[in-house]
Each structure stands twice: as C-alpha cells, then as structure tokens.
Design a protein around this ligand. Sequence first.
Ligand code: RB5
Length: 149
Amino acid sequence: MRVAIAADHGGFPLKGRLAQVLRDSGHEVVDLGTHSTEPVDYPDYARALGRAILDGQAERGVLICGSGAGAAIAANKMRGIRAALAHDTYTAHQMVEHDDVNVCCLGARVVGAELAAEIVSAFLPARFTGEERHVRRLGKVLEMEKEGK
Ligand code: RB5
C-alpha cells in the first residue's frame, strides 16, 4: 500500500522509525516532512498529508505531532479525511473496521517507538467491514461533514 507519513517537530523523532517499519512491511512510503526538530506548524503537515490522500498519491496516512491531538483536529477539517488518534492497537484496527479511518494520528511525546510501530502495523491491514450499521453511522458523519456545522 502507498502510505503518506508526515510530522511536525514534536512528531519528527518518531517519523523515521515508523517510515522504516512501513518500508520493512512492504509499503511504499511518501514522506512529507518535516525533516528536523526545527519548530513548524502542525496544520501545514496535516494539510500536505490530507491532500496526498485526496489526490490519490497515498491510500492511508500516518500523522504525528507531540500529542497527536492537533494533528487529528487539523486533518479532520479536510473533506474525505477521517483521522483518529490511536495510542493502542485495538483502536488502531477498530477505527478502520467501524469508522473507515484513513489517517492514523500519533503523539510522539505520548507513545514509545515500539508501541507506535505495533499501532501502525495494526492500522494498515485493517479494512472497513461495510456492515450496515457502520455504513449507516458513517453516512451520518458524512452528512455532518457536508453541512459543516
Ligand atoms: C508542538 O509543541 C505541539 O503543540 C504539537 O506537536 C502538537 O502536540 C499539537 O497538538
């Protein structure tokens, strides 16, 4: 799978390790920066990653900031992006199976590198079940997205 990865300076320390985990698992990685711990603004990286998915350059995204919160908030402002913060492996796969999440957000100041690696390894193989109740609920989320309020 083609996977986009991006981080702000808070997420940068984790990005290289996760990109390597993805490559080792056979994924093609689109690295959208940042490339140092020099302070940057997380919405810029959320926007770049969201656009990569919406433009078809990647199927899924991994977005990292210090807490994962700003990353998730910003990414979810983009129509068609469903981003969720996952700091455990159950959430990492269930959020795809039930909620069709396409961006996994992580906080590099919250989770260690090995747990983060397990989280992305649970996220990427997961697939939306397409079960009626999940489709119905997702439809309601998409209605809210369309209404914008
Ligand atoms: C940067 O200091 C930090 O605010 C950012 O990485 C993120 O945690 C925001 O939610």
